[in-house]
Design a protein around this ligand. Sequence first.
Ligand code: ZN
Length: 587
Amino acid sequence: MFIFEPPDLPEREDLVVTDRHSRREFLGIAALGIGSTLTPEWLHRVSVESRGGSPPDVDLVVLNAKVYTMDPTMPRAEAFAVKFGRIVAIGRTADIRGLARKGTQRFDAKQMTIVPGFIDTHNHAGGTTLLYEVLVGNPFEVEFVTIASILDKLRAKARATPAGTWVDGYFFDDTKLKDKRPLNVHDLDQVSTEHPVVVHHRGGHTSFYNSKAFELARVTKDTPNPAGGTFDRDEAGDLTGRVTDRARGVFNGVGQRPTFTAAQRAQRERDGIAHISKQFVRYGLTSVHHEGGDLTAIQDVHARGDLHHRVSYEPNEQTIETMIADGIKTGFGDEWIKFGATSEHTVDGSFSERTMALSTPYPGTQYKGNITETQADLDAWVEKVHRAGIQVNCHANGDVAIDMYLTAIERAQQAFPRTDARPKITHCTLINDDLVRRIKAAGAVPAMFTTYAYYNSDKFVFYGEELMKRCMAYRTLLDAGIPATAGSDFSPGPFAPLMGMQGMVTRTGWDGKTWGANQRISVDEAIKVNTINGAYASREETLKGSITEGKLADFVVLAEDPHTVSPDKIKDMQIVRTVVGGMAVYQ
Ligand SMILES: [Zn+2]
């Protein structure tokens, strides 16, 4: 290992340079490949200074590619060079080829397409669940299952679990059932009458319980619904088994949970991070915003060389308190693991599970969704985090929740003005003109559902076309100059960026149905949403998100060009190679 001085980015010319000679040579190389009248002033200057020196070797040259840089100063290129994990030159193949020396890796892209590495701005990154738990649905793709298959898997788990201990199933999706009827308490009673059994909807806001679980939690058909949640009942008034949002809290303290030693737990967390990191890069993700998770495990996996993607770590409430007490702000860390915004602080229910807070009832019902936080509590939380110099991030799906969150932001900004605070709005699903104006005024950054347009098209009938015209409103937000970003919300949504892009471009789902076609965006815009806008969300737009001299060499090689492939085949394009810091982490 050796230390190197990274090239200054234009904003950072005041950095102290300790080794002038090597830095000049390094930047000289960067200037060589430009071949463009758009060469930034700072590169021109260094280029003149270093004239006459012989350029050092570069580590990697990528040649004969169709590069979509997402950098407006040079949108297209054929080739680029990488040294010490950064892009140091970009331009024509003829220019870049000349930079290779003995020992330089050459990658002939044979006219394949290269885009910046994809960035997911909202991901629960639950690798441990993927590895160790019972999965009753497909985490990655549209797949229909039967209730019988769910019960079989849970029965097998129950047989290996002591009576009284919870049996959990994950990745359930209520609209991906071949049975065409809801999962209910009677189904789950067939798994066991001695174990509490729960099936978690992949959306994370509803769960389905058996009678034993209700008995342990002392919930009967006469138990009133608590604030912010429901115990669903059928026409006869009996419990169906479905419980929404905050009503699920009563199950927390009851029944036995599997126990692990501290060492076992640490091992599981490390295995989970290493596992999901492999999955991320398989789909072209090079940076992921993690909703909490085990920070120690992430660091350990990085130290042993198994972290393939970069982490913007979004701390949970407990860690936020520690950060505030110790003066740690957003941005602390390095280019692999860095504190980003907070984890989503939840204001309302779910889009996919139809519990988000709407200003008008769900079509055909009296129900307007769940608000899970009071305005006063939300105001206090936003103010506390904002004052501490930590990027605020709330989960707000419905127009009512977005309104509440913006009110809290506006209030905090007025009391403690901070320039460029970039409050993050996770999901930001249902907007209206007034909300768009306030999002823009607050400089807020939405992290919106990506794969839902394709994956969850079977759920949009519950909202109807009129509401869907204002849901996942990429077109409206981009037109307003708001940097919309792509937050898959895995596990609720699959995280595949190409599935997300197909949905943004077509607004057509797996079932062939199109919803809210007015919100379609172009392929180029979809790439931007998934790359440079994502970098902006974590305040790293000078470090990554485009193929630009001085930035991290994070990129994806695609077998086909999403601009020319049929729009309904975007999700099926092959990812040939994913590169992070100049290293192929998947091929
Ligand atoms: Zn989430």
